[in-house]
Design a protein. Sequence first.
Length: 158
Amino acid sequence: MELKITAPKDRHDIIVERDFAAGIHLVFEILSNPEYLMKWQFPKAAELTIEKHDCRNGGSYLSWHKGPNNMKFGFTGVFHEVKVPELIIQTSEFLGLPFKVIPTLEITKLEAINPELTRLTKHIICASNEVRNSMLQNGMEQHFTSSFVRIDDILQNK
């Protein structure tokens, strides 16, 4: 399935769209359950440690990733609203740089196109064009492409 990333130059946001060949409940489970996150969120070459992942209204998460070059970085945030199986609104703060990065706001919506096809739309709102452009220029498309292919693999084995 084709990945679509839209990032208008005059705005601070990014919209990621992708369809998955599965029902909405299963796609939501794969996006929200830490057991599945371990299988798809980062490349197999990166070691992933999930310290906390409480996907509910007011819950939070913290995960660390260590790549083959031993570079360690992480993500933390708060789940502001979760509506099973259609919505996750969360913040995302990148950890591992010598300076603080202002968190992004991520709105992930799932729509059942039919019983066996779910559309994911992720709206990422950044604090500035600089932050947004940095995300785009530092592998965002490659990350989403490879992560979503791993989700497809999980779905095919269900």
